[in-house]
Every structure is written in C-alpha cells, then in structure tokens.
Ligand binder design. Structure first.
Ligand code: DAH
Length: 347
C-alpha cells in the first residue's frame, strides 16, 4: 500500500512538472484526484486494511492529496501566467497606429457641377424642369420649327428607335438630340412668365473623339415674358458664367442659325484658362464656344398655343460637359463615362 502511494506521488508530480498546457493539467488532476482517479480508488480500499495500518495509510493518502492539490494549483498559476505573457507578446494592439482608411465613394463631377449650376440659376429666379430622353419627332423637331424634310435636321445626327411593327403610320421615337424639346413640353403646360433651366442627357449618332461623345449633357434655358430682350440674355449669361468660373467672364454673341430662334447666336465666353490672351485650349483665339441661343421664334410660340404678338423670350442650350471640361481642364469628354476611378478620384 505504501508503495502504491509512493508510486502515485512520483508519477503525479512528474506529470504535473512536465505538462505545459492547462487542459492537460486538468486531465492530470482528474487522472489522480478525480472521482475515479488513482488516489480516491486507493482510498476506497483503505477500509479493508487492519486497524493500525488503516490509520497510517489513510493519513498518508490524505497528505498526498493535499500535496498534489498544492502542486496542481502552483502549476496552474505558472501556466496561466505564461499563457498571459504569450497573449501579451503575440496579440497586442498598437492603439497609436494610424487606422486603415475605408474609402468612401463620392458624387460624380457631373452631379456636383450640376448642383453648382442649379444653385446659381435658382438664385436668379430660374426653376429646374425636365423631360424624357426618349422623345417623339414632334417635340425634338416639328414643334421647334423643324418640319419633316427641313435641311436643318442634318444639324442633329439622331438616334432613331425601331418603329413598332403593327403601329403603321405611328412615327418612330428617337433619343433626344438636344434638351430643347423640354421648352415645348414646359410651355404647353405653363403660361408666361417662364424662367427655367433644363439640365439633361442628350444623344448624337456620331463618331466619338476627345470632344465628341454619343451621349453628353446639355443645359437648356428658357425665359419668356412680355418684354424680354437680347440684353437680358447677355446679362444673365455674363452673371452666370462669372459665378460659375469664379472670375469676370465676357460674353460674345456671334450670329448663327437655329430654326427655333430668330435671331440666333453662338455663345462665346472669354477663355477661362488664359483670360483671353490665347492658349491651346481656346486654340489661340481667346474665346471658347459654349452653346447656342437666340430669341424664341414666333413659330415655336405658335406651336405651343401662345400668341407670338404677346410674348417674347430667349432660349439657350449650353454644352454642359464642355463647361465642366473648361473648368477642370479635362482633355477628353469620354472620361466622364469611362468609369475610370483614377479620373473620378480627382474630384
Ligand atoms: N439645341 C441646340 C443644339 O443642341 C442648342 C440651342 C441653340 C438651344 C439655340 C437653344 C437655342 O435653346 O435657342 O445644338
């Protein structure tokens, strides 16, 4: 019996010493001190021993239990400490390290510029209006004084949509080639005085290059009242462009032709890059062409049911994409829709 106790003592101590892991230590505890462990099993046989031996062995066994419990608890603390140190050296966090930045998206330059342009026009009493991108021949051409067969139709290389087969006689739809159709839509529903801008996408069936895209943005404008003149138009343009480009801009109106205005102009502004001295952007002319304009043609007023004797107005169509290109020195209009993050990140 005493030999058994000595054996348990030796093997248990060795096991406790040799283990380096807390789970294993717990297994050792169960193996020697658990309900079915070596020491309790041994204690169960003590009652069968003769009286004097029983007391001696019992005392001895109890001492061994205390001894092992102490050893287990010491080893437990030691291992806990090493484990803690391990965590401290391996799993520490440097809270002073700069964090990793999660990139947020942002608005497309066309969207931010549009908000800016609307802000300026709204402050001058203009409202924003809009209309469909899929249009009818009537709104895109006829009501704008461009009847079928009119040679001026060639000014707009138009995307025609496939005619609907069983609707014979119904004119095919098209992708609007300019924002001017919204003038008609708006005047049909409202009476003067009118002050609107119409920003929107337009489509042209033409080869693309650095300054031509099949889809781009325009800003239409329309002001109608009883006594509107070219002077009003020029003043509003000068005010708008100076605020948009953040510097004094001079306007030049050059004679042009559009079927829906009379007289018609091309709108030039003094080059915002070189201030008019001449540079590669303005092709050394000192001027940039940014759109068309004119006094609304009586035929257009008639088409919307106004009496041309009573009303007068100006209209304009600005190359919105081109305006942004001039503001940010963007060399290629195709960049707007290319989805290239390197480009977009700059705004
Ligand atoms: N719609 C014309 C175009 O896309 C631009 C334009 C010219 C608009 C004169 C107008 C205007 O409102 O009066 O080429």
């Amino acid at each position: 019996m005493e030999k058994d106790i000595a054996h348990i003592r030796d093997t248990a101590h060795r096991a406790i010493r040799e283990t380096s892991n807390l789970e294993e230590l717990e297994k050792i505890r169960i193996e020697f001190l658990g309900r079915k462990g070596a020491l309790p099993l041994l204690l169960r046989t003590v009652k069968d021993l003769p009286e004097d031996e029983r007391r001696h062995v019992g005392a001895e066994a109890n001492r061994l239990r205390e001894d092992l419990e102490r050893a287990l608890s010491l080893r437990h603390n030691e291992l806990k400490k090493t484990e803690h140190e391990h965590i401290l050296t391996n799993e520490w966090l440097d809270v002073t390290r700069p964090g990793t930045r999660h990139e947020k998206g942002h608005l497309h330059p066309v969207t931010t510029m549009l908000a800016e342009i609307e802000r300026i026009f709204h402050s001058m009493g203009f409202e924003t209006a809009d209309g469909p991108e899929v249009e009818t021949d009537f709104y895109n051409f006829e009501a704008l004084n461009i009847p079928a067969g009119h040679p001026a139709r060639d000014m707009w290389d138009t995307f025609w949509l496939k005619p609907i087969p069983d609707k014979i006689g119904v004119k095919p739809l098209l992708l609007r080639a300019h924002t001017s159709p919204v003038q008609i839509r708006y005047m049909q529903k409202h009476n003067p005085p009118i002050r609107i801008i119409v920003p929107g996408r337009v489509y042209r069936y033409e080869p693309t290059d650095a300054s031509h895209e099949i889809q781009f943005h325009q800003i239409e404008g329309l002001m109608v009242d009883t006594n509107i003149s070219v002077a009003n138009f020029k003043a509003i343009m000068e005010m708008f462009f100076s605020r948009f480009y953040g510097k004094k801009v001079t306007i030049q109106l050059r004679p042009s032709y559009f079927p829906f205005t009379e007289p018609s102009f091309e709108i030039f502004i003094s080059c915002v890059i070189c201030g008019g001295k001449g540079c590669s952007v303005c092709k050394h002319t000192g001027w940039l062409e940014l759109g068309g304009a004119g006094m609304v043609h009586p035929g257009v007023f008639k088409a919307v049911g106004y009496n041309p004797q009573d009303v007068r107005g100006f209209a304009f169509g600005l190359g919105f994409s081109r305006m942004i290109m001039m503001k940010h020195k963007i060399p290629d209009v195709r960049l707007f829709n290319a989805g290239d993050v390197r480009f977009l990140k700059q705004f």
